[in-house]
Design a protein around this ligand. Structure first.
Ligand SMILES: [Ca+2]
Ligand SMILES: [Ca+2]
Ligand SMILES: [Ca+2]
Ligand SMILES: [Ca+2]
Length: 362
């Protein structure tokens, strides 16, 4: 079983000048797409086991699934999030069979996409149902991981989002998440949930992905890229980026002067292979809203994959709400919760204008 994860290669240089898009500064060599724990000796101490969700009915993450994709005799693990009783949002590259955006053909013998529910810890319980996909849909502006149409700069991380339509209803115990379509800005704390590789901030990856073991953690949004089809100069924020801080390492602060809060050792998290397509939630007024997915991770030169200092990111759900509504047959529930006031730790270092983009409410 392989994990789908996009690892972007090295950042080209350490120029102090800030330039956009973020992707223009990433030269992608080794591309793949977790939840990684903090420092085992840190305070509070941490470990991959501490991040495991108990899969109880009361877990706020009961609607986060693992996704098994099979084609050409291969089997892959990804993650996904339930947004209606029939629809799971995941990553585009999870259903891409050739790196060029060729969607897995479900009519082919041996090819399948399945959502593995873990809304219960008990084997045999309906909350652990495995539900087969009837159809899958990839965002039409996605052409494969790092596969850039001519003239498009950067690494073509954008638009890496997909919808799996189930052939029967999800288990009742699995939570359905509403989509957040309001604007988010740097400094936004978010929670990630997925089934991918884990490890810790010192040693990097050490624990394999598992269709039944779901982990969660948090980080802070640092950077965004706008629409690649508009040369990154306009349109909604499509891609978010975060760094994995710890043991004195704060890469985006050091390199790009984006110095958002560093979360406690047992909260700050990275992602790993198999987390692709997993949830990026924001928490408002007692509810987790789906604000994005997770799709890629990368290292700066010399870093251990998955360890402190590395970075990762995913898509912003709000940038794709029209397409998601279409792909879910209108079942996606979108909301624009009341804005909150975010304190920028270092206002003078804020890179991006806080342009509010009005989204259509539902
Ligand atoms: Ca695109
Ligand atoms: Ca785009
Ligand atoms: Ca961080
Ligand atoms: Ca940081």
């Amino acid at each position: 079983m392989k994990s789908k994860f996009a690892v972007v290669g090295l950042i080209a240089g350490l120029s102090a000048a800030i330039s956009f898009p973020v992707q223009a500064r990433i030269s992608g060599a080794d591309v793949h797409s977790l939840i990684v724990a903090g420092d085992p000796a840190g305070s509070p101490p941490d470990s991959p086991d501490k991040r495991i969700d108990p899969n109880t009915a009361s877990s706020p993450f009961s609607g986060v699934v693992s996704v098994n994709v099979q084609y050409d005799g291969q089997s892959f693990i990804c993650s996904g999030t339930l947004v209606s009783k029939r629809h799971v949002v995941t990553a585009g590259h999870c259903i891409d069979t050739d790196g060029n955006g060729t969607v897995v053909d479900l009519t082919k013998p041996g090819s399948s996409v399945r959502a593995v529910f873990n809304a219960s810890p008990t084997p045999g319980d309906p909350g652990r149902a495995i539900v087969t996909a009837a159809t899958v849909a990839m965002n039409p502006n996605y052409h494969g991981f790092g596969n850039c149409p001519s003239g498009v700069p950067g690494f073509c991380l954008n638009d890496d989002i997909a919808v799996v339509t189930l052939d029967q209803d999800a288990p009742h115990a699995a939570k359905i998440y509403r989509a957040f379509t309001g604007d988010l800005t740097e400094g936004q704390v978010f929670t990630m949930v997925g089934y991918g590789r884990s490890g810790d901030g010192v040693a990097g990856y050490s624990v394999d992905p598992d269709f039944r073991i779901k982990r969660s953690g948090q980080n802070v949004m640092d950077l965004f890229d706008r629409d690649d089809e508009q040369n990154f100069a306009a349109g909604p924020k499509e891609v978010w980026y975060a760094d994995f801080d710890g043991r004195g390492q704060d890469s985006f602060c050091t390199m790009f002067s984006v110095c958002t809060p560093i979360l406690p050792n047992d909260k700050e998290t990275n992602i790993g292979g198999g987390d692709s397509g997993g949830a990026t939630f924001i928490y408002r007024n007692g509810e987790y809203f789906l604000a994005g997915n997770t799709t890629f991770g990368g290292t700066f030169q010399g870093q251990t994959p998955g360890a402190f200092g590395t970075y990762f990111g995913g898509m912003m759900v709000g940038a794709y709400d029209d397409w998601l509504e279409q792909a879910t047959g209108g079942d996606l529930i979108t909301v624009v919760p009341e804005p909150e006031t975010y304190a920028l730790m270092l206002a003078g270092l804020s890179m991006l204008p806080a342009v509010a983009r009005r989204r259509r409410g539902k």
